[in-house]
Design a protein around this ligand. Sequence first.
Ligand SMILES: [Zn+2]
Ligand SMILES: [Zn+2]
Length: 353
Amino acid sequence: MRKALFLLFLANLGFSFELRVKITQTSIVNISGTRYFELYDCESLIGRRYSAPIELKATAGGILTSSYGEFLGPVFVYPLQDSYIKIGNRRYRGYFEIRRQGGGLLVISIVDLEDYLPGIIKREISTDWPIEAIKAQAVLARTFALVNQKHKAEGFDLCSDVHCQVYGGMEAEDKVAILACSATSSEVLCYNEELAPVYYHACCGGLISDIRDVWGPSLPYFKSKVCPYCYASPHYNWQYNLSYANIAEKIGISRVFRVERTGKGRPKEIIVHYEGGRKAILANDFRNMFGSNLIKSTYFEIEETWNGIKLIGKGWGHGIGMCQWGAKGMASQGASYQEILSFYFPGCVVKKL
Ligand SMILES: [Zn+2]
Ligand SMILES: [Zn+2]
Protein backbone atom coordinates (compact mmCIF):
# COMPACT_ATOMS: atom_id res chain seq x y z
CA MET A 1 0.00 0.00 0.00
CA ARG A 2 2.75 2.39 1.02
CA LYS A 3 4.70 1.48 -2.13
CA ALA A 4 1.66 2.11 -4.30
CA LEU A 5 1.26 5.54 -2.71
CA PHE A 6 4.93 6.27 -3.31
CA LEU A 7 4.61 5.31 -7.00
CA LEU A 8 1.54 7.51 -7.25
CA PHE A 9 3.59 10.33 -5.73
CA LEU A 10 6.37 9.76 -8.30
CA ALA A 11 3.86 9.61 -11.14
CA ASN A 12 2.45 12.94 -10.02
CA LEU A 13 5.93 14.41 -9.89
CA GLY A 14 6.49 13.20 -13.43
CA PHE A 15 3.63 15.33 -14.71
CA SER A 16 4.67 18.52 -13.07
CA PHE A 17 7.36 20.60 -14.73
CA GLU A 18 8.49 23.48 -12.59
CA LEU A 19 10.03 26.40 -14.41
CA ARG A 20 12.34 28.99 -12.92
CA VAL A 21 11.51 32.30 -14.56
CA LYS A 22 13.45 35.49 -13.86
CA ILE A 23 10.96 38.27 -13.12
CA THR A 24 13.36 41.09 -12.38
CA GLN A 25 16.76 42.02 -11.01
CA THR A 26 16.59 45.15 -8.91
CA SER A 27 17.82 46.73 -5.66
CA ILE A 28 14.43 46.89 -3.87
CA VAL A 29 11.59 44.38 -4.16
CA ASN A 30 8.06 45.04 -2.88
CA ILE A 31 6.32 41.81 -1.93
CA SER A 32 2.77 41.28 -0.81
CA GLY A 33 0.17 38.55 -0.95
CA THR A 34 -3.47 38.57 -1.92
CA ARG A 35 -3.72 37.06 1.61
CA TYR A 36 -1.02 35.52 3.84
CA PHE A 37 2.46 34.63 2.70
CA GLU A 38 5.60 33.26 4.28
CA LEU A 39 9.21 34.31 3.93
CA TYR A 40 11.69 31.52 4.55
CA ASP A 41 15.44 32.05 4.85
CA CYS A 42 17.54 29.12 3.61
CA GLU A 43 20.52 30.02 5.78
CA SER A 44 18.92 30.55 9.21
CA LEU A 45 15.95 28.23 8.46
CA ILE A 46 13.69 30.91 9.91
CA GLY A 47 10.22 31.38 8.46
CA ARG A 48 8.07 34.49 8.98
CA ARG A 49 4.41 34.82 8.21
CA TYR A 50 3.05 38.10 6.85
CA SER A 51 -0.21 39.64 5.75
CA ALA A 52 0.98 43.21 5.12
CA PRO A 53 3.37 44.16 2.27
CA ILE A 54 7.10 44.02 2.95
CA GLU A 55 10.11 45.48 1.22
CA LEU A 56 13.34 43.59 0.57
CA LYS A 57 16.61 45.39 -0.02
CA ALA A 58 20.03 44.03 -0.97
CA THR A 59 22.76 44.83 1.56
CA ALA A 60 26.47 44.04 1.51
CA GLY A 61 25.96 40.83 3.44
CA GLY A 62 22.35 39.79 2.93
CA ILE A 63 18.77 40.75 2.34
CA LEU A 64 17.19 43.38 4.58
CA THR A 65 13.47 43.08 5.24
CA SER A 66 11.40 46.14 6.15
CA SER A 67 9.73 44.34 9.05
CA TYR A 68 12.11 41.71 10.40
CA GLY A 69 15.84 42.46 10.31
CA GLU A 70 18.28 40.94 7.89
CA PHE A 71 18.41 37.50 6.30
CA LEU A 72 21.43 35.93 4.65
CA GLY A 73 19.34 34.48 1.86
CA PRO A 74 18.44 33.16 -0.54
CA VAL A 75 14.88 33.53 0.71
CA PHE A 76 11.80 31.73 -0.53
CA VAL A 77 8.39 33.40 -0.54
CA TYR A 78 5.41 31.04 -0.35
CA PRO A 79 1.72 31.90 -0.64
CA LEU A 80 -0.31 30.52 2.26
CA GLN A 81 -3.84 29.11 1.97
CA ASP A 82 -5.45 30.44 -1.22
CA SER A 83 -3.19 33.46 -1.53
CA TYR A 84 -1.08 34.59 -4.50
CA ILE A 85 2.22 36.40 -4.25
CA LYS A 86 2.43 39.91 -5.63
CA ILE A 87 5.69 41.43 -6.83
CA GLY A 88 5.02 45.14 -7.15
CA ASN A 89 1.41 45.20 -8.29
CA ARG A 90 1.43 41.98 -10.35
CA ARG A 91 0.02 38.71 -9.04
CA TYR A 92 1.86 35.49 -9.83
CA ARG A 93 1.08 31.82 -9.51
CA GLY A 94 3.60 29.59 -7.74
CA TYR A 95 6.26 30.77 -5.28
CA PHE A 96 9.47 32.79 -5.39
CA GLU A 97 13.15 32.55 -4.75
CA ILE A 98 14.98 35.81 -4.09
CA ARG A 99 18.76 35.92 -3.90
CA ARG A 100 21.47 38.52 -3.88
CA GLN A 101 23.19 38.86 -7.22
CA GLY A 102 25.40 41.56 -8.68
CA GLY A 103 24.70 44.00 -5.86
CA GLY A 104 20.91 43.66 -6.34
CA LEU A 105 18.20 41.09 -5.83
CA LEU A 106 17.39 38.44 -8.40
CA VAL A 107 13.68 37.58 -8.26
CA ILE A 108 12.83 34.14 -9.64
CA SER A 109 9.28 32.87 -10.04
CA ILE A 110 9.05 29.11 -9.51
CA VAL A 111 5.93 28.06 -11.35
CA ASP A 112 4.38 24.95 -12.82
CA LEU A 113 4.62 24.90 -16.63
CA GLU A 114 0.81 24.73 -16.94
CA ASP A 115 0.40 27.76 -14.63
CA TYR A 116 3.05 29.71 -16.54
CA LEU A 117 1.60 29.32 -20.04
CA PRO A 118 -1.63 31.37 -19.68
CA GLY A 119 0.60 34.27 -18.59
CA ILE A 120 2.41 34.42 -21.95
CA ILE A 121 -0.15 33.45 -24.64
CA LYS A 122 -1.78 36.88 -25.06
CA ARG A 123 1.58 38.45 -25.89
CA GLU A 124 2.24 35.84 -28.57
CA ILE A 125 -1.13 35.71 -30.37
CA SER A 126 -4.47 37.56 -30.28
CA THR A 127 -6.94 35.77 -28.01
CA ASP A 128 -9.77 37.17 -30.20
CA TRP A 129 -8.75 34.66 -32.89
CA PRO A 130 -10.36 31.22 -33.41
CA ILE A 131 -9.59 28.92 -30.48
CA GLU A 132 -7.86 26.21 -32.59
CA ALA A 133 -5.18 28.75 -33.66
CA ILE A 134 -4.63 29.71 -30.00
CA LYS A 135 -4.40 26.03 -29.00
CA ALA A 136 -1.72 25.51 -31.68
CA GLN A 137 0.15 28.49 -30.19
CA ALA A 138 -0.22 27.02 -26.67
CA VAL A 139 1.40 23.73 -27.79
CA LEU A 140 4.26 25.69 -29.39
CA ALA A 141 4.74 27.94 -26.35
CA ARG A 142 4.84 24.89 -24.04
CA THR A 143 7.37 23.15 -26.29
CA PHE A 144 9.44 26.34 -26.62
CA ALA A 145 9.59 26.79 -22.83
CA LEU A 146 11.06 23.29 -22.43
CA VAL A 147 13.46 23.40 -25.38
CA ASN A 148 14.82 26.96 -25.07
CA GLN A 149 16.12 27.15 -21.52
CA LYS A 150 19.05 29.44 -22.22
CA HIS A 151 19.70 30.78 -18.72
CA LYS A 152 20.64 27.61 -16.78
CA ALA A 153 24.10 29.01 -16.01
CA GLU A 154 22.50 32.10 -14.44
CA GLY A 155 20.37 30.02 -12.07
CA PHE A 156 17.03 30.12 -13.88
CA ASP A 157 15.43 28.62 -17.02
CA LEU A 158 13.77 31.50 -18.84
CA CYS A 159 13.68 35.27 -18.60
CA SER A 160 10.36 37.09 -18.78
CA ASP A 161 11.03 39.44 -21.70
CA VAL A 162 11.20 39.13 -25.49
CA HIS A 163 14.52 37.28 -25.32
CA CYS A 164 12.60 34.18 -24.15
CA GLN A 165 8.81 34.63 -23.85
CA VAL A 166 7.17 37.74 -22.33
CA TYR A 167 5.66 36.56 -19.03
CA GLY A 168 3.27 38.85 -17.16
CA GLY A 169 1.90 36.52 -14.46
CA MET A 170 -1.82 36.52 -13.68
CA GLU A 171 -2.35 40.10 -14.91
CA ALA A 172 -1.48 38.89 -18.42
CA GLU A 173 -3.91 35.94 -18.42
CA ASP A 174 -7.36 35.91 -19.93
CA LYS A 175 -10.15 33.32 -20.12
CA VAL A 176 -9.36 32.26 -23.69
CA ALA A 177 -5.64 31.84 -22.92
CA ILE A 178 -6.48 29.67 -19.90
CA LEU A 179 -8.94 27.62 -21.96
CA ALA A 180 -6.46 27.04 -24.83
CA CYS A 181 -3.74 25.94 -22.38
CA SER A 182 -5.96 23.60 -20.35
CA ALA A 183 -7.49 22.06 -23.51
CA THR A 184 -3.95 21.12 -24.66
CA SER A 185 -2.62 20.39 -21.15
CA SER A 186 0.91 18.87 -21.19
CA GLU A 187 0.88 18.51 -25.01
CA VAL A 188 4.13 19.26 -26.82
CA LEU A 189 5.41 18.99 -30.38
CA CYS A 190 7.83 16.12 -30.97
CA TYR A 191 10.03 15.00 -33.84
CA ASN A 192 11.52 11.49 -33.69
CA GLU A 193 10.42 11.00 -30.05
CA GLU A 194 12.18 14.20 -28.98
CA LEU A 195 10.91 17.69 -28.24
CA ALA A 196 11.03 19.63 -31.51
CA PRO A 197 12.70 23.04 -31.70
CA VAL A 198 9.79 25.26 -32.76
CA TYR A 199 9.53 28.65 -34.44
CA TYR A 200 6.68 30.85 -35.51
CA HIS A 201 6.15 34.27 -37.06
CA ALA A 202 3.28 36.67 -37.75
CA CYS A 203 2.73 36.13 -41.48
CA CYS A 204 4.74 34.30 -44.15
CA GLY A 205 3.32 36.24 -47.10
CA GLY A 206 2.40 33.00 -48.87
CA LEU A 207 5.78 31.24 -48.71
CA ILE A 208 7.19 29.44 -45.67
CA SER A 209 11.01 29.77 -45.43
CA ASP A 210 13.52 26.96 -45.38
CA ILE A 211 15.42 27.41 -42.10
CA ARG A 212 18.73 26.96 -43.97
CA ASP A 213 18.11 30.13 -45.96
CA VAL A 214 17.67 32.22 -42.82
CA TRP A 215 19.83 30.79 -40.05
CA GLY A 216 22.00 28.08 -41.55
CA PRO A 217 21.64 24.54 -40.16
CA SER A 218 18.84 22.53 -41.69
CA LEU A 219 15.99 20.74 -39.91
CA PRO A 220 13.80 18.39 -41.95
CA TYR A 221 10.49 19.91 -40.87
CA PHE A 222 11.47 23.49 -41.68
CA LYS A 223 11.30 23.26 -45.47
CA SER A 224 10.05 25.94 -47.82
CA LYS A 225 6.42 25.46 -48.86
CA VAL A 226 3.45 27.46 -50.11
CA CYS A 227 1.07 28.74 -47.40
CA PRO A 228 -2.33 29.52 -48.91
CA TYR A 229 -3.98 30.58 -45.63
CA CYS A 230 -2.58 33.99 -44.65
CA TYR A 231 -3.66 36.29 -47.51
CA ALA A 232 -6.15 38.14 -45.23
CA SER A 233 -3.30 39.43 -43.07
CA PRO A 234 -2.67 43.21 -43.09
CA HIS A 235 1.03 42.29 -43.34
CA TYR A 236 0.56 40.21 -46.50
CA ASN A 237 1.79 43.08 -48.72
CA TRP A 238 4.06 45.93 -47.73
CA GLN A 239 6.44 48.42 -49.31
CA TYR A 240 9.44 50.28 -48.01
CA ASN A 241 11.67 52.91 -49.64
CA LEU A 242 15.41 53.17 -49.07
CA SER A 243 17.59 55.88 -50.57
CA TYR A 244 21.05 55.01 -51.92
CA ALA A 245 22.47 57.60 -49.51
CA ASN A 246 20.85 55.82 -46.55
CA ILE A 247 22.17 52.42 -47.70
CA ALA A 248 25.68 53.81 -48.22
CA GLU A 249 25.68 55.36 -44.77
CA LYS A 250 24.43 52.20 -43.02
CA ILE A 251 27.01 49.97 -44.70
CA GLY A 252 29.80 52.55 -44.51
CA ILE A 253 30.68 52.68 -48.20
CA SER A 254 30.92 55.32 -50.92
CA ARG A 255 28.21 56.14 -53.47
CA VAL A 256 25.74 53.33 -54.07
CA PHE A 257 24.23 53.18 -57.58
CA ARG A 258 22.46 49.79 -57.76
CA VAL A 259 21.03 47.15 -55.40
CA GLU A 260 19.88 43.69 -56.49
CA ARG A 261 18.84 40.43 -54.92
CA THR A 262 19.82 36.82 -55.67
CA GLY A 263 17.67 33.78 -56.46
CA LYS A 264 13.91 33.27 -56.45
CA GLY A 265 11.36 33.44 -53.62
CA ARG A 266 13.14 34.71 -50.54
CA PRO A 267 16.57 36.07 -51.54
CA LYS A 268 19.63 34.69 -49.80
CA GLU A 269 21.76 37.73 -50.48
CA ILE A 270 21.41 41.39 -51.35
CA ILE A 271 24.13 42.72 -53.63
CA VAL A 272 24.98 46.39 -53.21
CA HIS A 273 26.94 47.99 -56.07
CA TYR A 274 28.89 51.11 -55.20
CA GLU A 275 31.62 53.21 -56.78
CA GLY A 276 34.68 51.01 -56.59
CA GLY A 277 33.10 47.63 -55.85
CA ARG A 278 30.19 45.44 -54.79
CA LYS A 279 29.17 44.02 -51.43
CA ALA A 280 27.06 40.90 -50.77
CA ILE A 281 24.99 40.99 -47.55
CA LEU A 282 22.88 38.12 -46.21
CA ALA A 283 19.22 39.11 -46.70
CA ASN A 284 18.50 38.56 -43.00
CA ASP A 285 21.40 40.84 -41.99
CA PHE A 286 20.25 43.44 -44.51
CA ARG A 287 16.77 43.37 -42.91
CA ASN A 288 18.14 43.74 -39.37
CA MET A 289 20.48 46.54 -40.46
CA PHE A 290 17.51 48.81 -41.23
CA GLY A 291 15.13 47.42 -38.59
CA SER A 292 12.99 44.28 -38.67
CA ASN A 293 9.84 46.35 -38.10
CA LEU A 294 10.56 48.53 -41.15
CA ILE A 295 11.70 45.79 -43.50
CA LYS A 296 9.07 43.33 -42.27
CA SER A 297 10.53 40.24 -43.94
CA THR A 298 13.25 39.16 -46.37
CA TYR A 299 10.56 38.13 -48.86
CA PHE A 300 10.77 41.14 -51.20
CA GLU A 301 11.44 42.25 -54.76
CA ILE A 302 13.49 45.35 -55.52
CA GLU A 303 12.36 48.20 -57.77
CA GLU A 304 14.54 51.18 -58.62
CA THR A 305 13.32 54.66 -57.66
CA TRP A 306 14.75 58.11 -58.55
CA ASN A 307 17.10 58.13 -55.53
CA GLY A 308 17.29 54.52 -54.36
CA ILE A 309 15.12 51.41 -54.16
CA LYS A 310 11.60 50.39 -53.24
CA LEU A 311 11.20 47.03 -51.51
CA ILE A 312 7.94 45.37 -52.50
CA GLY A 313 7.51 42.78 -49.79
CA LYS A 314 5.24 40.13 -48.39
CA GLY A 315 4.68 38.88 -44.83
CA TRP A 316 6.07 39.82 -41.43
CA GLY A 317 8.75 37.80 -39.70
CA HIS A 318 11.40 35.21 -40.57
CA GLY A 319 8.88 32.89 -42.23
CA ILE A 320 10.07 29.76 -40.39
CA GLY A 321 7.64 27.29 -38.79
CA MET A 322 4.07 28.30 -38.03
CA CYS A 323 2.60 31.29 -39.87
CA GLN A 324 0.23 32.73 -37.23
CA TRP A 325 -2.05 34.44 -39.75
CA GLY A 326 -2.08 31.15 -41.66
CA ALA A 327 -3.04 29.30 -38.46
CA LYS A 328 -5.88 31.79 -38.05
CA GLY A 329 -6.95 31.19 -41.68
CA MET A 330 -6.85 27.38 -41.24
CA ALA A 331 -8.80 27.58 -37.96
CA SER A 332 -11.45 29.79 -39.64
CA GLN A 333 -11.85 27.09 -42.29
CA GLY A 334 -12.48 24.46 -39.60
CA ALA A 335 -8.98 22.95 -39.11
CA SER A 336 -8.09 21.56 -35.67
CA TYR A 337 -4.92 22.63 -33.87
CA GLN A 338 -3.38 19.23 -34.65
CA GLU A 339 -4.03 19.81 -38.37
CA ILE A 340 -2.55 23.31 -38.17
CA LEU A 341 0.60 22.01 -36.46
CA SER A 342 1.04 19.13 -38.88
CA PHE A 343 0.75 21.53 -41.85
CA TYR A 344 3.45 23.88 -40.51
CA PHE A 345 5.65 21.18 -38.92
CA PRO A 346 5.36 18.20 -41.30
CA GLY A 347 6.58 14.96 -39.70
CA CYS A 348 6.15 16.28 -36.16
CA VAL A 349 3.49 14.89 -33.83
CA VAL A 350 1.67 16.28 -30.79
CA LYS A 351 2.38 14.17 -27.68
CA LYS A 352 1.56 14.33 -23.98
CA LEU A 353 4.55 14.87 -21.71
ZN1 LIG B 1 15.80 34.91 -22.02
ZN1 LIG C 1 1.36 32.14 -44.29
